[in-house]
Ligand binder design. Structure first.
Ligand code: PGA
Length: 249
């Protein structure tokens, strides 16, 4: 099974980092995590997907892409499609990371179409939502996240092919992790909002927290109600730190 929504999910987003020789660290990570009872996923840059899929075969580590285009193929220079990720052996894809949303303007745009294309190509999606500091200071964060969810989650979603990641933009890469109270309240809000979606009648998807998660705060964050895992950026680049986060579940 590629993904079990009843288990904790620990995902590492490498962003624009990593070279062929980092494969050695991934092999070391695999040795440390084999036998763990969790969904463990790495999202390396596109250039390393095939290589990491190859070395993680027969292990519990899964591999995903950091984004995909909503079309299958065509004149879209620089883009990668869902069928291409599937072809490279990826099982997961992150859709709507704030760093990607920022490149395409503030709106959710075609996030829903990308997610649908991913599902049609047998990929499990992590759909990211998160408000910036301005929205939070205006007290609009709950409405903002509800709207992002409505605009991003397609009819093809269900608990087995969709994961939601709450990543407040002000917490990403800043060291300003959201407080336990902030995370608890927003995850409860997301959980309640998703309960009203027809596609989740049979059960809500996992909800991950992301934003300056590290080995010191991971245990506390993972113990919060409605937090079913974490999406880790910077601290996933070092295999020992990432393993510590996995072990703190
Ligand atoms: P960070 O990134 O852990 O470095 O804050 C998280 C993310 O962008 O997914």
């Amino acid at each position: 099974m590629k993904f079990n929504p009843d288990l904790v999910t620990i995902a590492g987003n490498w962003k624009m980092n990593g070279h062929i020789d980092t494969s050695v660290d991934v092999e070391k990570l695999i040795n440390l995590i084999n036998g763990d009872d969790a969904n463990i996923i790495l999202f390396p840059p596109y250039t390393l997907i095939s290589q990491f899929v190859h070395i993680s075969k027969n292990s519990i580590l899964s591999i995903g892409g950091q984004d995909c285009h909503h079309k299958d193929s065509g004149a879209f220079t620089g883009s990668i499609s869902a069928p291409m990720l599937h072809d490279a052996g990826a099982d997961f894809v992150i859709i709507g990371h704030s760093e990607v949303r920022a490149l395409h303007g503030k709106g959710s745009g075609n996030i829903m179409n990308k997610t649908q294309s991913a599902h049609e190509n047998d990929l499990i999606t992590i759909i990211c939502v998160g408000e910036d500091r301005e929205v939070r200071l205006q007290g609009e964060h709950y409405n903002f996240i509800s709207k992002q969810l409505e605009d991003s989650v397609p009819r093809t979603s269900n608990r087995n092919n969709t994961i939601i990641a709450y990543e407040p933009i002000w917490a990403i890469g800043t060291g300003n992790t959201a407080t336990t109270a902030d995370i608890k309240e927003m995850h409860a809000h997301i959980n309640n909002t998703l309960q009203d979606f027809d596609m989740f009648k049979k059960g809500n998807p996992s909800i991950l927290y992301g934003g300056s998660v590290n080995p010191k705060n991971a245990g506390q964050i993972l113990s919060i109600n409605n937090v079913n895992g974490v999406l880790v950026g910077g601290s996933s680049l070092d295999h020992l730190q990432f393993n510590e986060i996995i072990k703190s579940k």
